[in-house]
Ligand binder design. Structure first.
Ligand code: ADP
Ligand code: MG
Length: 685
């Protein structure tokens, strides 16, 4: 059945629906309202507006005032119910309400309520004329995201009119019947009804939860299956001599590996020894020494005559990686080749030639690595730094450059274990949970904006007395036009500081809209000590390493997640010197108390957990979701308990019936087969 065959939908409307990506009756059925207007009860006029927001009233019209001003219609009614008088008004363009109302009529009105001296006034958004004896019987009205030429009411009407036919197009229920009984959820038909025409907000909520649960079940099962399939895969390079490489690498270092590094490198070496492609996530706090771990893996690869590629989210980080990997690997005759968007054409061409010919064993770059002109002779290992900045597709493209390479993901954003194991079930996880010794802990302060100048004085002292450097991080590139509303911009703050509190110091500016060239030059100057204070946006967030920088000043700190602030803090304290992180928030910032957690904890895992509790994992979202198709009904982080429950169910089902052959599991099987991006699951249809 097509949309066109539904009652009340002609060719024009089909186009309007297409703009909302509603192309089939099933799409329409699955187009859920984003809220409900509660028209069930009329509020007596004496308490009208007491709850704030929109409210409903039923009353008898006692006076009508109408006028027209250009194409504006203005209608004002006096009404009264048993408890007293109230007013309703309409002000709008072409609303066609003039002439509709007469004294003595009974009316239902809904809208935003303001309380004035003359009593409550409703700015009407909805009304209905009632018969003299008609009992008011309102409903919970679904409100849908609308499009041009297609209002929410039209969508609601199309669904209501065709509901039985739409239901006939419903997909099979992914929740097996035996589990449905245990969860107590309604059957699908009932649940769809509770979404589009609910009896109560609670029923609607429960139905929504049910769809989220079904979706989580599908995704969890997919993860389990993918993991199991990977175990059967082969074709990756099985590498030998890992231990010898690790020993040689370590002998060449000025320090011993930490216990955690040694363990994680061992886990990676174990993976590399097999023909099953590695797919491992290494998570470790800033400064935990992930680069070295990656270098060890690359060493093993080079020793086995296969090439490695490291992909970083920004040009700056790619460059730094290349600069760090070079000295680690060059002594063993392993050439590290940066591939950067900013390279001169001739330079780039030469680098590409060495990669294609196999002379260079390691390529380091940004997404420039993905362009077609980058060819490898034998790519066997792909390292992806801060994977959440890359989409699934980009990762797949890089991997496609080398048959079946081993893949290593590095991240400084720790993911709470329970979540990681279920959400990222296709990945193995290693944690570097130990920092190299001798780090002085970073002193952290939370300051009000009115004390900002004292922070600048502190920076000035560190620079003048100790020849140290500092970062000032802003939440925006430029300040908002609307004075005082948005965050302070880096451009303005750099200018202000250079002319005022930091006058006489060398102040630099770095932000994401600068060309790669300028960014690169600025960063080099900061690294070389030619800039004292770098005012920047969060481009310095990940990975940038300047040991002489000892102060991290973050403006508008209340705008960041805790995990992100922790990352920023990790930019300092990289040398032996005492280091400081100063978090500044506006004097009246809401939730600035949240920042205090960073005073208590330096444990990235604890901070990530806390972030998750406080913000529903805003910062983690990218990493966790990047590997998954956009979920439609649920958010695994916001609905964590539900997600974990669904994941447990998926495990039970998978253990008993991995191919989904049992009759009770046909719905789940159908849901998996229907997902475009789950094609790799190899379920026979
Ligand atoms: P990450 O990428 O995890 O933030 P890096 O790999 O950049 O950390 O390492 C941070 C700093 O610590 C670097 O300067 C590195 O040389 C140093 N480092 C790494 N491992 C050790 C170790 N085992 N002992 C002492 N210093 C180390
Ligand atoms: Mg790093």
């Amino acid at each position: 059945m097509t949309l066109r065959e539904l009652a009340g939908i002609g060719p024009k409307r089909v186009l309007a629906f297409a703009a909302l990506e509603i192309e089939t009756p099933r799409d329409l059925l699955e187009y859920f309202p984003f809220r409900y207007d509660d028209l069930r009860e009329a509020t007596p006029s004496v308490v009208l507006g007491a709850r704030g927001g929109e409210d409903n009233a039923v009353g008898i019209v006692t006076a009508v005032r109408e006028r027209r001003a250009r194409n504006l219609e203005i209608v004002e009614l006096d009404l009264r119910d048993e408890s007293g008088p109230f007013r309703a008004k309409w002000i709008g363009r072409n609303r066609y309400v003039i002439g509709r109302f007469k004294s003595g009529m009974r009316l239902f009105v809904r809208g935003r309520v303001e309380r004035s001296l003359a009593g409550p006034v409703i700015s009407a958004s909805t009304y209905r004329i009632l018969g003299p004896d008609e009992t008011y019987r309102g409903a919970l009205v679904p409100v849908y995201h609308a499009a041009r030429d297609l209002g929410s009411k039209t969508i609601a009407a199309a669904i209501a009119r065709n509901f039985p036919r739409l239901l006939a197009e419903a997909p099979a229920d992914p929740i097996p019947p035996s589990y449905l009984a245990a969860t107590g959820y309604d059957a699908m038909e009932c649940a769809y009804r509770s979404i589009h025409a609910p009896e109560s907000p609670e029923r609607a909520q429960r139905a929504r939860e049910r769809f989220a649960y079904g979706e989580f079940l599908v995704h969890s099962f997919a993860s389990l299956r993918r993991r199991a399939l990977r175990a059967l895969e082969s074709g990756a390079e099985a590498m030998s001599d890992a231990q010898e490489c690790i020993d040689r690498l370590e002998r060449n270092l000025p320090f011993p590996l930490t216990g955690a590094q040694r363990r994680v490198i061992g886990e990676i070496a174990g993976d590399l020894a097999g023909a099953m492609p590695m797919n491992r996530l290494v998570q470790g706090d800033v400064g935990s020494g992930k680069t070295l771990v990656a270098a060890a893996a690359m060493f093993v690869a080079a020793r086995n005559n296969v090439q490695s590629a490291l992909m970083a989210p920004t040009e700056l980080l790619a460059l730094q990686h290349a600069q760090k990997l070079g000295p680690l690997l060059m002594p063993f005759g392993i050439a590290v080749e940066p591939i950067l968007g900013s390279q001169r054409a001739s330079e780039r061409k030469e680098a590409l030639r060495r990669l294609a010919g196999g002379e260079a064993a390691v390529a380091v770059g940004t997404h420039a690595l993905l362009t077609e002109s980058t060819e490898f002779l034998r790519l066997g290992l792909v390292v992806i730094d801060e994977q959440h900045r890359f989409g699934v597709e980009q990762r797949a493209r890089l991997r496609a450059k080398g048959g079946t390479p081993h893949t290593l993901h590095l991240t400084a954003t720790p993911i709470p274990r329970t979540l990681a194991q279920t959400l990222l079930a296709g990945l193995d996880i290693s944690s570097i949970d130990e920092l190299p010794p001798g780090r002085t802990p970073i002193e952290t302060y939370v300051l009000r904006m009115s004390r900002l100048e004292s922070a600048y004085r502190f920076i000035r002292e560190r620079v003048e007395k100790e020849k140290r450097q500092a970062y000032v991080v802003c939440a925006a590139i430029e300040s908002d036009e609307d004075e005082g509303m948005g965050p302070i911009g880096a451009v303005e703050e750099a200018a202000r500081a250079a002319a005022g509190p930091l006058a006489g110091l060398r102040v630099g500016l770095l932000h994401g809209r600068m060309s790669a060239d300028v960014k690169d030059r600025t960063m080099r100057r900061f690294t070389a000590g030619e800039i004292d204070v770098l005012v920047a946006t969060t481009v310095v967030e990940v990975g940038v390493d300047v040991p002489n920088a000892v102060v991290m000043l973050v403006l508008d700190a209340h705008r960041y997640g805790l995990a992100q602030l922790h990352q920023l803090r990790g930019r300092v304290g990289r040398g032996g010197a005492a280091s400081y992180c100063v978090l500044v928030h506006p004097d009246d910032a809401p939730q600035s108390a949240r920042l205090d957690f960073l005073l208590e904890s330096t444990d990235g895992f604890a901070i990530a957990e806390r972030d998750l509790e406080l913000r529903g994992g805003g910062q983690l979202g990218g990493l966790l979701q990047s590997g998954h198709s956009g979920m439609r009904y649920g958010d695994p982080i916001a609905d964590r308990p539900l997600f974990l429950a669904a994941a447990a169910t998926a495990r039970e089902i998978f253990e008993r019936d991995p191919e989904l052959r049992e009759p009770g599991n046909t719905g789940l099987r159908a849901a998996l087969l229907a997902e475009q991006n789950l094609r790799d699951l190899q379920l026979s249809s």
